[in-house]
Every structure is written in C-alpha cells, then in structure tokens.
Design a protein around this ligand. Structure first.
Ligand SMILES: [Zn+2]
Length: 270
C-alpha cells in the first residue's frame, strides 16, 4: 500500500512540476500579483492552515519516507534565531514571533537591484565585498528575495499551494512552511543577475553569476543551502540561487570538513 501511494505521489509530482519559469516568480511579487478574494472555500481550508501540525497528521498517515516530507516530530530551533548557525529545516522551526533585530536595506551593500529587500546588518560588509569583487570579475549580481517574515512565509506557502492545486507534496519540494524558512533569519539571499533579466529560478544555474558564486561565495561567508543531489538531506530540491550567510570563519570550516550546510549545521546542533 505504501509503495502504491508512493508511486501515485511521484506521478502527481511529475505531472504538476511547474512548466514555465514564471511559476517561480519571487515570492515578494506574490502579494501584488495574487488576489486571494476569489479562492474557493475548500482552497481556503487548506491554504488557511497556519499551524502545520494539521497537515502533518494527514501526511504522516500516508507515508514518511519521501525526501520532501516533514518528519512527524517538529521542534523549535535549539539556537536563537540571531545565531548564525541556527539549524532551520523541516524538523526545526523558528518561533512565529522571531524576527531579526538588526534588519537594514540591502541598498547598504551597493547591490544594483533588489535594494529595498531587508537583510541583517551583520552581513552587509561581507556582502558589499562580494558584490564588488564579483563586479571586478565582470559578474553582475542582483537580489530577488531576502528577509521574509513569518507572516510573509504563511502567504508565500499558501500562494504556491494555490498555484499547484493544493498539492502539498509538490509544494513541499521547493517552498517552506512558515517557521521552517531560512528566509525568516534575514541572512538568506536569493540571487539573480542581469544575464537572466533578474528573474528567479532554475535558469540561474547556468549563468556566469551562478558559476562565480559556486566558486567564491564561501570566501565571503555565503553558502548554498540546497545543493544538487542532496535532496534527501536538505528536504528541498536544488536551488542554485539560495545562499545563506554564516560568516567567513564558519564557511571555511564547513568547506574544510567537506560538508554541505545542512550537515554542518546539524553537526553544530544535534
Ligand atoms: Zn530562497
């Protein structure tokens, strides 16, 4: 039975994978583009759930072996949200009340575009250096998402459910439920570049900007959160654009240990 359910979910996923890049619009554009007023009542029922435990009960009764699924036991993060090494994933969620205390505009880093997004001030010096060094190498970087509050993430997750026929299994492969998003930390940046007209999504992967970040971002304390081929460890599909700042020293230590971010943060927590 479990196996049949797995096959059905896999088929559903294959059918419902977003066909167009504009299905991957930056979540910040969600509020401007999506009008929730026309939603069916049944849609609201699923989308209106803010406490994920209701969804989890349904899900865990189906199966708990697929990489995109949430575990049955969810805990609050062990470290404080301001701690650069706080583990935030599908098992550990930030309190809904957590918001960084030192948010500033991304414009402080001199970024060409995305200057009104908010980031923690602690990363601005390293981000500024990275943007300038990239520019010296002929690489253009822009920001297409950064800090997202708990409530914004509630709306973001709802938006993707609405866009995908309330297919929870599909949405959980690429969008975090509120509290589980690293974007709530204020230390995460979704990058883009003028090479792809500052769009967000898979087309970033083959840009010069992406290649440069892959080689150099860690030197400035930025680490790719969801690398390719590690879906079973991270719980998310590959996101070439999503970088989290942990500071230069920790980033170097992580590289030296030969770990991906998820494994490194787990080693500091569990
Ligand atoms: Zn992201």
């Amino acid at each position: 039975m479990k196996r049949i359910t797995g096959i059905i979910i896999t088929l559903a996923l294959l059918l419902l994978i977003p066909q167009k890049m504009d299905d991957l619009l930056p979540p910040e554009h969600v509020n401007k583009q999506e009008d929730y007023s026309n939603k069916q009542e049944s849609e609201w029922y699923v989308m209106g759930i803010q406490d994920t435990s209701e969804i989890l009960q349904v899900k865990t009764s189906v199966s708990s072996t697929n990489w995109w699924e949430y575990p049955s036991n969810i805990y609050t993060t062990e470290r404080d949200g301001d701690d650069l090494l706080v583990l935030v994933n599908k098992q550990f969620k930030l309190p809904s009340t957590y918001a960084p205390s030192d948010l500033v505009k991304a414009s402080k880093s001199g970024i060409r575009r995305g200057e009104s997004y908010q980031l923690r001030s602690i990363l601005i010096p390293d981000l500024t250096a990275m943007i300038n060094d990239a520019k010296s190498s002929g690489i253009d970087l822009s920001i297409v998402s950064a800090y997202r509050s708990y409530q914004t993430q509630v709306n973001t997750y709802k938006y993707w459910l609405g866009k995908n026929n309330n297919n929870i299994a599909l949405v959980d492969t690429f969008s975090a439920r509120a509290g589980h998003s690293q974007h709530q930390l204020g230390t995460v940046i979704d990058f883009s570049t003028k090479e792809i007209n500052d769009s967000l999504g898979d087309e970033f992967t083959n840009t010069e900007a992406s290649k440069w970040l892959t080689q150099n971002a860690y030197k400035y304390g930025f680490i790719l959160s969801y690398p390719k081929g590690y879906e079973k460890i991270t719980g998310y599909k590959f996101e070439s654009w999503h970088y989290r700042y942990i500071g230069k020293a920790y980033a170097q230590e992580m590289i030296d240990m030969g770990l991906i971010l998820e494994q490194y943060l787990q080693s500091k927590t569990l």
